[in-house]
Design a protein around this ligand. Structure first.
Ligand SMILES: *Cc1c(COP(=O)(O)O)cnc(C)c1O
Length: 484
């Protein structure tokens, strides 16, 4: 919705009923795409393109117009006028040539926002992606021997050095890592998991469902809040292939609880010659407390505690590209590497380029906490955030006008992606209200800026959290001038 549409929507509350009648009449009159296409083919702005592409543009223009009509004061409209407007909007979109995947301003305060692409890459990782995209690379080519190589070798030694593991392999994401590990180690056999760890992560990753597809059989033990070592021991039988621990990334069980620690589980596993795997989710490669951040499970600590396999994401706390990292015992990782499923789940050269560059930073950089955007954003202090919020507030006040009330408030931002759900990090936000517009309407105004600004609605008001906005002057680009 444009600023003009917002202003139109706000005007004249007493004419509301009459308006809503006109609005629904206009919505009913919205012309079908075929009718718009006939008109579009004569329009110089659209006539040179494939019909399929013009249809896409028209459909989007129609959807945008429908949204505007749904909130704006609809004057008397004609069918021909609507066709003309849709074709005009489609022509403007063709001229702008905006990609469907585009930069947005993340003002949600969630540093690893899954829907906004999680971790931002460090500069060396970005450069590595560009180089790998532009040129042939030794992806699976052994430069020493001149024969076929293994793409894992691009990152395996580095992953082992950073985690203390004997071996490592990489797939497309952590969900794929769990699937591959379960299928390789426990196909048609049992995997024992505590009922307190049968988690669902956003985006429909559910441990029981993934396990079902992996061919492994789930053997649940304990209760939601309490599981004891004896529960695992009693469940172990001839069909047991593995003990699985899942880091309950996105929730906490509090109160009357009992959990079997990884060390205890490893002891039970060793006594029965069974491997223990831990799905860590957002595993950290370095001690977050050293940088003044809440404690997160360290991959190296889980390897040291005896986990045979540890799986974690490349684009969560690690701060790299989307990937599923698996580290652990050489014999177990070898079984994963030999599984044909690995071919189906492997990552491409761009991912491996970014991952290798990110891991190299961990090994080489003396300033990892500023090189990695994820850590840099997490470490911004309340004083810095206050400064950014003050700047952003001035910019927006000038552009949005007096009808908007913009206050700076203390807020709580999150790491996101299931890391530390209970721990919030103090931040600063702008609380933006308007005497007539709902928080949803204000959120829509910001979403329709160029670039789109994504905030969040908390306590019934729209907020922009500055933790995830490193450069507040970006907001001046989104709102170049005061909406008329
Ligand atoms: C995030 C997470 C996953 C899924 O990881 P993706 O990389 O998003 O596929 C699986 N398990 C746990 C514990 C997680 O936190």
């Amino acid at each position: 919705m444009s600023g003009r549409a917002m202003a139109m929507a706000a005007r004249g509350k007493n004419q509301k009923n009459q308006q809503s009648d006109r609005r629904s009449e206009a919505l009913r009159m919205l012309p079908p795409i075929d009718e718009c296409l006939r008109a579009a083919l004569h329009d110089p702005a659209l006539s040179g393109f494939a019909h399929g592409y013009v249809r896409i543009l028209l459909r989007r223009a129609q959807a945008a117009l429908r949204e505007t009509l749904a909130v704006a004061e609809a004057g008397a409209v004609t069918r021909a006028g609507l066709v003309e407007e849709i074709v005009r909007m489609a022509g403007a979109a063709a001229a702008a040539d905006e990609p469907s995947l585009k930069p947005v301003i993340n003002a949600t305060g969630v540093v690893l926002h899954t829907n906004l692409g999680r971790a931002l890459l460090a500069e060396p990782a970005i450069e590595a992606v560009v180089r790998a995209a532009r040129s042939p690379v030794n992806l699976e080519y052994d430069l020493a021997g001149g024969g076929r190589g293994d793409r894992d070798s691009l990152v395996e030694e580095e992953l082992c050095a950073l985690t203390g593991a004997e071996a490592a392999t990489v797939v497309n994401n952590n969900a794929a890592a769990v699937l591959l590990a379960l299928n390789s180690i426990a196909d048609e056999r049992e995997v024992i998991v505590s009922r307190g760890e049968l988690i669902e992560i956003g985006g429909s990753f559910r441990i029981p469902d993934v396990m079902g597809r992996s061919g492994a059989r789930l053997r649940e033990v304990g209760t939601t809040n309490r599981t004891h070592p004896e529960d695992y021991r009693a469940a172990i039988g001839p069909d047991t292939a593995m003990l699985l621990k899942v880091h309950p990334s996105n929730y906490r069980i509090v109160g009357f609880t009992a959990e079997v620690s990884l060390a205890e589980l490893v002891e039970i596993g060793n006594a029965h010659r069974l491997p223990v795997m831990e799905d860590l989710g957002a595993g950290a490669l370095i001690d977050m407390e050293r940088y003044g951040l809440p404690r997160e499970p360290l991959v190296a600590a889980r390897v040291a505690a005896g986990a045979g396999l540890v799986t974690f994401s490349g684009d969560k706390l690690l701060g790299g590209p989307q990937a599923g990292l698996i580290v652990g015992r050489r014999d177990l990782v070898a079984r994963l590497k030999a599984n044909p499923l690995r071919r189906a789940l492997r990552c491409d050269k761009l991912t491996l380029a970014a991952l290798a560059a990110t891991l190299r930073l961990y090994l080489r950089s003396p300033n990892i906490e500023t090189d990695l955007p994820t850590l840099r954003l997490l470490r911004r202090t309340p004083a810095e955030l206050e400064q950014a919020a003050t700047r952003a507030r001035a910019l927006l006040a000038e552009r949005l006008g007096e009808d908007f009330v913009i206050e700076m408030v203390v807020s709580a931002s999150e790491i996101g992606s299931g890391a530390l759900p209970a721990e919030e990090i103090e931040s600063r936000a702008l609380r933006i209200t308007h005497r007539e517009h709902s928080p949803d309407a204000i959120a829509a105004l910001f979403r329709h800026a160029r670039p789109p600004v994504i905030g969040r609605i908390t306590d019934g008001a729209f907020h922009l959290d500055l933790r995830t906005v490193e450069d507040p002057t970006e907001l001046a680009v989104a709102f170049p001038s005061r909406p008329a």
